[in-house]
Write a protein that binds this ligand. Structure first.
Ligand code: HEM
Length: 171
């Protein structure tokens, strides 16, 4: 059985893991720490996923729209964050929605449409340094606050977004 791991750009042969391949286990641990479903990476109950707790498709769309509305209007995050995004953010909105749907434990819409996300590789053509990472996080935290995510889930997602955003840095 092959286990698909994202946003890490690789997959792991679960049989080798069972045979004790330490490197594969360490990759799994890294992914478990990045993925919002954490240690439940393999088998989260559908009703206990962050996707369900958030409120499903409509709530994920609302969060993504708030995130890009803020990015588009808040001058604090114009440089570098807004500047490295396309002028028209509609494709960005759609892609982040599709991605978060699966990442939060809901339907894997991004994978169905585009295949493996290879998220780090896809960010490779954009300069993502500490400042861009911090602005992205500040924008996402404000968006989560504005759509009124309950505190426990907010804290959980803050950690998961932070670890993923750290991983996107390429400068
Ligand atoms: C660390 C700071 C980050 C910066 C500066 C950044 C910036 C960007 C830019 C410039 C793009 C390309 C334009 C676009 O298609 O929207 C992009 C795409 C994308 N980003 Fe990020 N991003 C960051 C973190 C994240 C994180 C943490 C996630 C997920 C939790 C994420 C998910 C995505 C997705 C799904 C796409 C679309 C990929 C594609 O199919 O082309 N990004 N990001």
């Amino acid at each position: 059985m092959r286990l698909r791991l994202y946003p890490i750009d690789c997959s792991v042969d679960i049989n080798k893991v069972q045979k004790g391949h330490v490197r594969a286990v360490s990759i799994i641990n890294t992914v478990a720490s990045i993925h919002p479903s954490g240690a439940n990476l393999l088998m989260p109950e559908p009703e206990s996923t962050p996707y369900a707790r958030l409120g499903g498709e409509e709530a994920v769309r609302k969060l993504v729209n708030r995130f890009y509305d803020l990015m588009d209007s808040e001058t604090l995050w114009q440089t570098p964050l807004r500047d490295i995004h396309p002028k028209d953010l509609s494709a960005s909105r759609e892609k982040l929605f599709l991605f978060l749907s699966g990442w939060l434990g809901g339907p894997d819409l991004y994978v169905q449409r585009f295949g493996h996300p290879r998220l780090r590789a896809r960010h490779g053509s954009f300069p993502v340094d500490d400042q861009a990472r911090d602005q992205w996080m500040a924008c996402m935290l404000r968006a989560m606050h504005d759509v009124e995510i309950e505190p426990e889930l907010y804290a959980h997602l803050q950690g998961a977004f932070q670890r993923t955003a750290d991983f996107m840095r390429n400068r």
